[in-house]
Design a binder for this molecule. Structure first.
Ligand SMILES: Cc1ncc(COP(=O)(O)O)c(C=O)c1O
Length: 390
């Protein structure tokens, strides 16, 4: 076996485990040990590991054609966009890229072009939240409000303004403001839902000022919160929505969708890989699959069961966990301190269940949406074992 980081840059503090196969929410490592996966590759493997239908559709597509570039018509991309737009319930069109950061870059470009008058940047400022996370490119790092993300890499693009919380956004609006970009449940910021009534009030205010509302649904999108979009759950009508993570079930894809269908024209934006045959086929399969899964009631059923389990863990260990947070299968337990959180994550891995950290003090759960009750029960049994070993 090659030694870790012999050829790969050391940008991740990786755990000492390598997975070799998976079946739904169960992973197998290189030593033959199995784990219940409460992470789904950070919210990506939405329909589980090793799904036969997804494997079959992308393999069949790959045998025919994987990629042609966006210089030619790609019917699968059109189908993928139709399925996404219909599932969202909004009157929008899509642009396909390859990641969450890239989707957000697209959103920022659409907003900035929307703010131009006769080619001049009249309105260009975008307000984001201090505890947000919007990606790792130079622009999305700057869009991210967390100060710690602004070390090195400067100079950054101008035009981002940070609000402490949703209540402070209105006061920061000026004549140059073109958009507000928020996550409805901050993921990396610590599984922190934003208040629904406040978001609705903000959305109405922005509409009255012709300021665009961009909702970053890279993590919350594609049924993660129980609805196709968290925006559906919050009953708002954003101008721009971004998606990535769960959309391709593990095949890299990012989407920016907008009601402002005519802002970008040919040549304004592009991506070599974006929406190629392979990723579009994955999107079609995943969206169809999850739509049926939601309509059958199974998604809601597992969400209820998962919530009950999480609440029970919180109550049984209220000395460790102050509260259970989040929606759908984007959940967290607030841990009293960061050191205990690290210990729980390490002990969980030893006990055979994978969990995540979010923010400073949140134990995060992002299982595949298709996790079975048996896998879920086993995962919580192992978590209990990990907690009692502390
Ligand atoms: C809300 C949000 N936006 C953007 C991103 C960046 O996505 P990617 O890593 O695919 O670029 C993430 C990733 O965690 C995210 O959670």
């Amino acid at each position: 076996m090659l030694t870790k980081n012999s050829y790969v840059l050391p940008t991740y503090a990786r755990a000492d485990v390598a997975f070799v196969s998976g079946d739904n929410a169960t992973l197998m490592d290189s030593n033959g040990k199995d784990y219940i996966d409460f992470t789904s590759g950070i919210g990506v493997v939405s329909i589980g590991h090793g799904d036969n239908i997804l494997a079959h559709t992308i393999a069949e597509q790959a045998k025919k054609i994987i990629h042609t570039s966006n210089l030619y018509y790609i019917e699968q991309q059109e189908w993928a966009a139709k399925k996404i737009v219909e599932a969202s319930g909004y009157e929008m069109k899509c642009f396909f890229g390859n990641s969450g950061a890239e989707a957000n870059e697209g959103a920022i470009k659409i907003a900035r072009k929307y703010g131009e008058v006769d080619g001049e940047a009249k309105r260009y400022k975008i307000i984001t939240l201090k505890h947000s996370f919007h990606g790792r490119t130079i622009t999305t790092v700057k869009a991210t409000g967390q100060e710690s993300m602004h070390n090195y890499f400067g100079p950054f693009p101008d035009g981002f303004v940070y609000a402490d919380g949703i209540d402070d956004i209105e006061g920061l609006v000026d004549d140059h403001t073109v958009a507000v970009m928020i996550e409805l449940i901050q993921g990396e910021g610590g599984v922190q839902p934003v208040d629904k009534a406040k978001v609705q009030t903000l959305a109405a205010f922005l509409k009255s000022k012709d300021i665009l509302l961009i909702v970053d649904e890279v993590q919350t999108g594609v049924y993660r919160t129980g609805e196709f979009l968290a925006s559906n759950l919050y009953e708002i009508e954003p101008d721009i929505v971004t998606l990535a993570k769960g959309l391709g079930g593990g095949v890299p894809v990012g989407v920016v969708m907008t009601t402002k269908k005519d802002v970008l024209s040919a040549g304004d934006h592009g991506s070599t890989f974006g929406g190629n045959y392979l990723s579009s086929t994955a999107v079609m399969t995943v969206v169809d699959y999850l739509k049926n899964y939601k309509e059958s009631g199974e998604l809601d059923e597992i969400i209820i069961a998962f919530s009950a389990k999480l609440d029970a863990v919180q109550k049984a260990h209220s000395d460790l966990f102050s509260e259970a947070v989040g929606f759908g299968l984007m959940r967290g337990l607030r841990v009293k301190d960061a050191e205990t959180l690290t210990k729980i994550i390490d002990a969980s891995r030893d006990a055979g269940v994978m969990v995540l950290k979010a923010g400073r003090n949140t134990l995060r759960f992002l299982p595949p949406l298709t996790i079975t009750k048996t896998e879920m029960n086993e995962g919580f049994k192992r978590l209990e074992k990990a907690i009692s070993s502390l």
